[in-house]
Design a protein around this ligand. Structure first.
Ligand SMILES: Cc1cc2nc3c(=O)[nH]c(=O)nc-3n(C[C@H](O)[C@H](O)[C@H](O)COP(=O)(O)OP(=O)(O)OC[C@H]3O[C@@H](n4cnc5c(N)ncnc54)[C@H](O)[C@@H]3O)c2cc1C
Length: 290
């Protein structure tokens, strides 16, 4: 399978990237790790006339602490997150990264590419939602930050305008005791999720100050289970609160029957994973506190 013809540019500064996006707008595509885009080109599901490779642009890769956040460059690879030393309370990033595909994909694919691709079965979207991440978008018109839950607008559709590039993802670093986990059901190692559940809980004085719940592959986008999050806030993360949050999260899911399972099965996996994950977090937080 061969892609259609396209021009290729590999700028060496962000300004050049923005200039190319300004000039070519709708006809171009940013190329990061190529792990989603190249297959789309080969299948001719995308036919851009220009690829703007951001691989040589400095400053888009790596992680740093700034203003109470962990700033992750958009071109940071999955494997870099897997191997990073992360601030306390953001362990979910390290738990999710090795669950993405296989080492071949993780060595090339990037967190920013995954978010911008916006596959509802992508794992990073749910993690970003659970952590309340801010996605920093740059264009010739300036910079704006979009909350992860507002970034995903439909299957493979995001808030990115044609002349915008995602430069970094800002994950708030929890101030108090916090823990997160990512549970993924896959048919075999390396597969996309049948169901994924990202959970983050932050405590204050023995009660939940903030809960974040992102769901993978059970809706047209990565989904924020907001009612379930709200139900946990202020609770002691007791069994009754956990069971109720799991019920609400399963109710928010809107999965489809497909080769990976029936809608009813997937909804029940959400319920079970939310319960299981929250009990794990309660235990971890207990260990942190003791
Ligand atoms: C065999 C296989 C298995 C996989 N399994 C999983 C899995 O289990 N879980 C999972 O989450 N993913 C999986 N993936 C997808 C993988 O995570 C990709 O790496 C990711 O979806 C895209 O990242 P990329 O850097 O390769 O982006 P690319 O393929 O280069 O780009 C993807 C899209 O994002 C746009 N884009 C990229 N970077 C930017 C940016 N900075 N600003 C604006 N637009 C940008 C591109 O224009 C393109 O539309 C799998 C892929 C393969 C090939």
């Amino acid at each position: 399978m061969f892609p259609g013809a396209f021009d290729y540019r590999a700028p060496t500064s962000l300004d050049e990237v923005l200039e190319l996006l300004r000039e070519h707008g709708e006809e171009d595509k940013v190329l990061a790790g190529g792990q989603s885009l190249i297959p789309l080109l080969k299948l001719r599901l995308a036919s851009p006339s220009l690829l703007v490779d951001i691989g040589r642009v400095p400053g888009l890769q790596g992680m740093a602490r700034a203003d109470g956040t962990l700033v992750v460059g958009a071109r940071t690879r999955h494997v870099d997150v897997e191997r990073a030393s992360l601030p306390a309370g953001l362990e979910i990033l390290q738990e999710a990264a090795p669950q993405i595909s296989d080492p071949l994909v993780r060595n090339l694919g990037t967190i920013g590419g995954s978010l911008c691709h916006a596959d509802p079965a992508g794992d990073w979207g749910s993690v970003a939602i659970a952590l309340g991440a801010g996605l920093v978008l740059r264009s010739p018109r300036g910079e704006r930050t979009v909350e992860a839950s507002a970034f995903f607008q439909g299957p493979f559709t995001t808030a990115l305008a044609a002349d915008e590039v995602l430069t970094e993802i800002r994950f708030p670093v929890p101030a108090g005791p916090a823990a997160g986990t990512y549970l993924k059901l896959e048919r075999k190692v390396g597969d996309f999720a049948t169901v994924g559940v990202a959970l983050q809980v932050e405590m204050d004085g023995g009660r939940v100050r903030r809960a974040g719940i992102g769901l993978t592959a059970v809706a047209p986008t990565n989904l924020r289970a907001q009612a379930a999050e709200d139900s946990l806030a202020g609770s002691e993360l007791d069994d009754a609160a956990i069971v109720e949050a799991a019920r609400l999260a399963a109710g928010a899911a809107d999965p489809r029957d497909d080769i990976r399972g029936s809608a009813a099965y997937k909804r029940d996996v959400v319920r079970v994973f939310v319960q299981r994950g929250l009990r794990t977090l309660r235990q971890r937080l207990g260990e942190v506190g003791s």
